[in-house]
Design a protein around this ligand. Sequence first.
Ligand code: PHE
Length: 327
Amino acid sequence: MRDAALAALDAATDAAALEAWRVAHLGRSGALTKLLRGLAQLPAEERPAAGAAANAAKALLEERLAEKQAALEGTRLGQLAADAIDISLPGRPVAPGRYHPSTMILREITDIFRGMGFQIAEGPEVEWERYNFDMLNIPRDHPARDMFDTFWVDANRDADGGFTTLLRTHTSPMQARIMEAHDPPIRVVVPGKCYRYEATDATHESQFHQVEGLAVDKGITFANLKHTLFEFTRQMFGPERKVRFRCDYFPFVEPGVDMSVEWNGRWVEILGAGMVHPNVLRAVGYDPEEYTGFAFGMGPERIAMLKYGITDIRLFLNNDLRFLQQF
Ligand code: PHE
């Protein structure tokens, strides 16, 4: 009986099994207890030896049970200790997010124009050919379309099978959209992404941002354009920075100019601009005899390159943390 009980104890591995074992082998109706009670039935001369053996067996089983319970308790405490959380450990640092340099420069640019009374608008990146080109005085056979190497989007076709949707090559289509939807006076800047299907190099990317500017009212002149852009560069680069206007050609302005700022003894072009072409005003239903306007389109990445001394425009979209973490 003792050996069978010890073997059963070996097989008990958790608290519930130990308790069941205790009830079966040492409990009030357990086999050993019954046996001890039965000693009185034995002849007197057999009683002392049988009693001693039974009590020794009982004592051994109790001892082994206590050992086993202690061992089990030990492993439970060990498990609890292993599961414990050390609340005195310093937490793992969370890397702070930061703004992309393009976002930072876009906000800086739009803030300057906001301070001059311009509103801010945004428009679609997938654009109709009509807004990107036709309404900007660039009909389909116009050679100026070569200025804008275009990603066409095969979503819509005209009767001849030609594409009519594209990734906008500039933010200028928003000029037409805004004038079409609103009457003058208009003063608005439009930040946004643009796309060109062209070879990339240190100053050209196939995806980049522009900030378009548009002001239309009675009596707007080229002097207003110059003042606005001078004031912009004064705030962006400081009053000492030299800037330069040159004649340039864009089909949707007349006259057209570009503007460069001096950087390390070089002129770097940052925007195109001009007076809104009468054909563009007519296309949106404005009377060019009554209203005039100026428009500009600037390259924020170019401006960020000048401001922060970035030498390659391709860094903006490389997702290289060594670059991005410097801002
Ligand atoms: N959209 C022209 C470009 O991308 C820039 C521009 C805008 C020029 C507005 C004149 C007026 O090159």
